[in-house]
Design a protein around this ligand. Structure first.
Ligand code: CA
Ligand code: CA
Length: 144
């Protein structure tokens, strides 16, 4: 099992579809990245990936990254400063807790999809979807 085959093709399709769905609610841009290993802190690594994917270049600074290291069983969810400046402190913790429940039951696809859709719903209040929305960041999953 590696980052690339952790999810089946069908599961990947479902996750990408969820990202498309979530982005209908919000101008926020959601991405999923999957690593094999994460030696250190998941949030630190997620931040590194965030910049590598140029997720800090959205107009409203409202990118969200769901990060998963499949061999080290770590995950993180982080958002850009546009979001962090306006949301309540437990914004990410909330979503993460629910995702953790799914992961514990080995429901990884469900957990990711839940997190993605929940992000869309929560971001809607702060960053509603605009008619002239641009898909600023790819909806495809990125891999190590
Ligand atoms: Ca967009
Ligand atoms: Ca997108």
């Amino acid at each position: 099992m590696t980052a690339r085959n952790f999810f089946s093709k069908l599961e990947i399709k479902k996750i990408v579809a969820a990202i498309q769905e979530a982005e209908k609610d919000t101008s926020g841009e959601i991405r999923v990245h999957i690593d094999n290993f994460c030696k250190g802190d998941a949030i630190e690594r997620a931040t590194e990936v965030f910049f590598k994917l140029k997720m800090n270049e959205t107009a409203q600074r409202n990118g969200v990254l769901i990060y998963l290291a499949v061999k080290d069983h770590k995950f993180a969810i982080i958002g850009d400063e546009g979001i962090n400046n306006v949301v309540e402190n437990d914004f990410w913790k909330d979503i993460k807790n629910d995702m953790t429940q799914s992961f514990r039951n080995n429901l990884f696809t469900d957990g990711i999809i839940y997190g993605v859709l929940r992000c869309g719903k929560k971001l809607k209040a702060y960053f509603p979807h605009q008619e002239n929305d641009i898909d600023e960041l790819s909806n495809e999953i990125s891999f190590e």
